[in-house]
Design a protein around this ligand. Structure first.
Ligand code: FMN
Length: 186
């Protein structure tokens, strides 16, 4: 039997009631049987200082190690001021350094996001995709999972209650598994 595809998920929000963390929890419930999903919490990653990039703190080392060990990544991004939040960009910057040790290189990645606005993080996702180019990642093109008006689809307990959103997350994970296998040639 083939080994399971390991997926590492993280969200660019540290808010307790985060809609994007809720998307990741929903993903845990619909992950395909041939894959496994672990969630990494970005809380505790310090602001990036290039003077210290050769000696990252333990939390950044752990983040890089988990990214490297994963077959694929799943990123849930909020949209802040028409872009990805600083928390997410900062974490990505830290794990991409120092030169020659970019943890993201060659990783397949699926992107999703939830916002209270009507475009469901579309603008943030395209900025994130731009970073994926420089990081030499392989972002999945489709499906695009952009969840608008998240407050109507995620209940106060942080559960994704909208069946269509749950279905889209499932489809995204299935496509990520197929994409990862395709890139690896098995
Ligand atoms: C600093 C800041 C900027 C924001 N900018 C946007 C934006 O550009 N587009 C948008 O749809 N929502 C924007 N929002 C609202 C977010 O969609 C909303 O706060 C959402 O809940 C954040 O994701 P989270 O629930 O995972 O924390 C912004 C919120 C904050 C705090």
């Amino acid at each position: 039997m083939a080994a399971k595809i390991s997926i590492l998920g993280f969200a660019g929000s540290m808010r307790q009631g985060s809609y994007n963390r809720a998307l990741l929890r929903a993903a845990l419930e619909v992950v395909p049987p041939e894959a496994e999903l672990a969630i990494f919490d970005l809380e505790g990653i310090p602001p990036f200082n290039q003077d210290l990039e050769d000696q990252p703190v333990a939390k950044v080392k752990e983040f890089k190690a988990q990214i490297k060990a994963a077959d694929a990544l799943l990123i849930a991004t909020p949209e802040y001021n028409y872009s990805m939040p600083g928390v997410l960009k900062n974490a990505i910057d830290g794990a991409s350094r120092p030169p020659g040790d970019n943890a993201f290189a060659g990783k397949p990645v699926a992107i999703m996001g939830a916002s209270i606005g009507m475009l469901g993080t579309g603008r943030a996702q395209y900025h994130l995709r731009q970073s994926c180019v420089f990081l030499n990642m392989y972002p999945l093109n489709q499906p695009e999972v952009m969840v608008p008006f998240a407050q109507e689809k995620i209940d106060p307990k942080g559960r994704v209650t909208d069946p269509k959103t749950r279905e889209k997350i499932k489809e995204l994970l299935e496509s990520l598994v197929a994409w990862t296998r395709r890139l690896r040639g098995y």
